[in-house]
Write a protein that binds this ligand. Sequence first.
Ligand code: TRP
Length: 336
Amino acid sequence: MSKAIVLTGITTTGTPHLGNYVGAIRPAIAVSKDANVMPFYFLADYHALIKCHEPAKVRQSSLEIAATWLALGLDTDNAVFYRQSDVPEIMELSWMLTCVAAKGLMNRAHAYKAAVAENEDGGEKDPDKGITMGLFSYPILMAADILMFKANKIPVGKDQIQHIEMARDIAGRFNHIYGEHFALPEAVVAEHGAVLSGLDGRKMSKSYNNTIPLFEPEKKLRKLINKIKTNSLEPGEPKDTEGCTLFSIYQAFANPEEVAHIRQRYAEGIGWGEMKQVLFEHINEHVAPARERYEALMASPAHIEQQLQEGAAKARAITVPFIKELRAAVGIAPIA
Ligand code: TRP
């Protein structure tokens, strides 16, 4: 039986936070331990340019994300761990896909529609104001990431499901025109409410600036957890776990018995101050060993770079021959 190909990427525009960890990194690392799986994990640095025009930030984020995955115990013998920009065939494929992807399909992308809606709500005359072609074509580059490796399963957060469906659509269109070159990918969404709430109760996201960095030093972690928004119920008053940010974060890091216990404490009226303390201790204990490895890795970037170069070589052993096949399929080939 051939191995299932699992692939996922993280855009290099920020510091990995608890939401990234729960929604994407943790399930990806768990899957990487499955001998029936061939995992491809990468730093989506060309995706970063869509949202971020600060070179130092893109670079720093690449370092932090790579260190994070390695610190969390990614097995780079089994997994192919690389940087998107080190595999130029992906960009080439992105153009081939751009030439078969329907513009109407891109018009329906949530990220693009949200940007247009924001302009319209703000009374802008031009609904596309400030929207780059990078943002508009974002799902096509993502499709190229996935289709390049004939990936079957894509572990992502809920917000990315539409992009995987678009990749399927584009793959089908290409296959229809040029023959069966691509496998059709499927999204795999983590359980435990894969979308984590942030400090203000909205989805934890770098764009909302409400994140808790995964490897925040202990003191700062405590401070951030203390900042999480709660309602004004007093200690002793029974509290609802539903819609409670503290509870939802706790739940993402706890086993069913621990969750049942905390549910009970809510019913009994645990105070918010105490619950914050419980949450801090729980998360801190969970991340402490990996945080130590992270700090050591951040101090030796050359070691990280070496790992990425080895990953790129493994990736290109696949992409170089495949892009040759695809070029021939579309009619880009030597004439003699
Ligand atoms: N768009 C994804 C995100 O923002 C990152 C990403 C880029 C990705 N290419 C991918 C995820 C391919 C899965 C597969 O989270």
